[in-house]
Design a protein around this ligand. Structure first.
Ligand SMILES: O=C(O)CCC(=O)C(=O)O
Ligand SMILES: [Fe+2]
Length: 513
């Protein structure tokens, strides 16, 4: 007990003073925490109020879209950990659950992947994207931390080539930053490993030495340095041996290069990429005969003729302009927004997720009862194509994401996929695809086998036949949606089937028709 001695109560006085001091320190730390949180809230308010003036304009820029995903994943997690979790502010309900609307790690990975696709297809280096100089509208730049995050995301997808491109850019930006947004030693860690992956060991060694200059005692860095030095010394020895006549030298100075598979390295894939950039891939001797003309072959075109543009003769590909009205366009998008979910493909899906990077968009389906204007579009598609609507599919609306694309494919089904469609509907005889938006750049529909490209124009629709007249697939209709470079891309597909077209599209006299 203490009350029996005043001398021992002196300690209590001291303790009281200590406690008050601790309370003061706690308040100080708490005020600092709240000030920091206030600054974060202010920054978020400023960002969202600017972006919300026109979300479409804001998100049309892939730099902004990526940053939004990053803000709500990596940055938000950091805010939660640094300022909220310890104080139990999230679970105590001060901040409501964000999980249902916020993106997840897979979204961040997908966003980074989208940027690397834009980079590859449109031949843009990281600097051009990071500085936003690929577009005149741009007001946003990536920080070193943003570039680092992209490099890290693709690194974990084993993509060392793009990781190098982005980590290098992160380093350049880091050097210029007065307020650092990343840690140089961490960048060097990733970068050196990615270089070593390509056998660029001297480069990896130099970077590891830079890293050790910052963190001299780092054990893994020391071990890596030893390893690189040993391999380089062995290779040098082998090189000397070779000079004496032995030719078994290992390569130690490989160059980073984009990884190409048989598929992505093929001529047809490279033609797809060229067409996306607006380059020519084929000599098209009859191109000058492709015409635009007014068509009046159906009563609905008597007063307002159909504006037809021929894009290719054989296989025939047409583009029709001003098919949709602005009100139809707006309705289709409006009814689609709440229904959108990730698009699938018949094959090539990732076994784990059931989804693919082959087609990165979201889909909504509508039957004609959704809205009278949607029914009217079906009628018009039928009038234009002269095909019956008996076995036509519902309207499929697509909205693409960051660098969103649909790699080369056929719309008709083959082999086992044939079970997708019923005996009476049979295969997809024709594709009628309408463009609901115009893009600033990218997002063409291209045909790598014939060397043609449709530049999306709002309210225009393209039409082609996927099958020969005898019902076999026309492999020349191989086509793809190029990655979006800048803009929003909405399209609506109407697929006509064989069933019911026997009299309107009868067999031809030979199999080449
Ligand atoms: O969006 C495009 O340009 C083409 C889409 C496409 O080919 C498809 O959905 O099958
Ligand atoms: Fe398609």
């Amino acid at each position: 007990e203490v009350f029996t001695s005043l001398a021992s109560m002196e300690k209590m006085l001291q303790a009281e003073s200590n406690v008050s001091q601790q309370i003061r320190e706690y308040i100080k730390a708490e005020i600092e925490r709240l000030d920091a949180l206030e600054a974060i809230a202010e920054e978020m308010e400023q960002h969202s109020s600017q972006a919300l003036v026109s979300p479409e304009d804001h998100l049309a820029n892939p730099v902004n879209s990526f940053l939004l995903v990053k803000r709500l994943t990596v940055d938000w997690n950091k805010i939660v950990n640094d300022y909220l979790v310890l104080e139990n502010k999230v679970s105590s309900g001060c901040i409501h659950d964000t999980a249902s609307v916020f993106p997840e790690t897979i979204d961040l990975q997908g966003a980074a992947l989208g940027l690397t696709r834009i980079q590859d297809v449109y031949h843009l280096d990281s600097e051009t994207i990071a500085s936003g100089s690929f577009t005149e509208q741009n007001t946003t730049e990536f920080t070193a931390g943003d570039c680092y995050e992209i490099g890290k995301q693709v690194y974990f997808q084993n993509d060392h080539y793009h990781s190098i491109l982005w980590m290098e850019e992160a380093l350049v930006r880091w050097e210029k930053e007065s307020e650092k947004t990343a840690e140089k030693n961490v960048i060097l860690d990733y970068l050196s490993f990615s270089y070593s992956h390509f056998g660029s060991l001297r480069k990896a060694l130099n970077l590891t030495n830079d890293w050790l200059a910052i963190e001299p005692g780092h054990e893994r860095a020391i071990a890596n340095r030893r390893y690189y030095e040993r391999i380089i010394a062995e290779a040098d020895d082998a090189e000397r041996q070779k000079l004496k006549g032995d030719n078994g030298a290992p390569v130690v100075d490989g160059k980073p290069h984009r990884f190409l598979t048989d598929y992505t390295g093929s001529k047809s894939y490279s033609d797809y990429e060229k067409l996306c950039r607006g380059e020519e891939t084929h000599k098209r001797p009859f191109k000058h005969r492709l015409v635009c003309r007014y068509q009046r072959y159906h009563p609905i075109f008597y007063i307002s003729p159909l504006k037809e543009e021929m894009l290719n003769f054989d296989p025939a590909i047409y583009v029709y302009h001003d098919v949709l009205t602005d009100s139809q366009n707006a309705i289709i998008k409006e009814v689609s927004r709440p229904k959108l979910h990730r698009s699938g493909v018949f094959s090539k899906t990732d076994a784990d997720t059931g989804l693919s990077n082959f087609r990165t968009s979201q889909t909504a389906w509508h039957d004609d009862s959704t809205h009278p204007l949607i029914a009217r579009l079906s009628q018009k598609a039928s009038a234009i194509s002269n095909l019956t609507l008996e076995t036509v599919e519902h309207l499929q609306v697509l909205n693409y994401g960051i660098g969103g694309l649909y790699e080369p494919h056929w719309d008709f089904v083959q082999g086992e996929e044939r079970n997708e469609f019923s005996e009476s509907d049979r295969n997809r005889v024709a594709t009628f695809i309408c463009y609901l938006s115009e893009l600033e750049a990218g997002g063409y529909t291209v045909y790598p086998t014939v060397g043609a490209a449709v530049v999306p124009r709002k309210n225009s629709c393209a039409l082609w036949y996927n099958l020969m007249r005898n019902g076999t697939g026309d492999y020349r209709t191989y086509h793809a949606a190029c990655p979006i470079l800048y803009g929003y891309k909405w399209v609506a597909n109407k697929w006509f089937h064989e069933g019911g077209q026997e009299f309107v599209r009868p067999c031809g006299l030979n199999s080449a028709e």
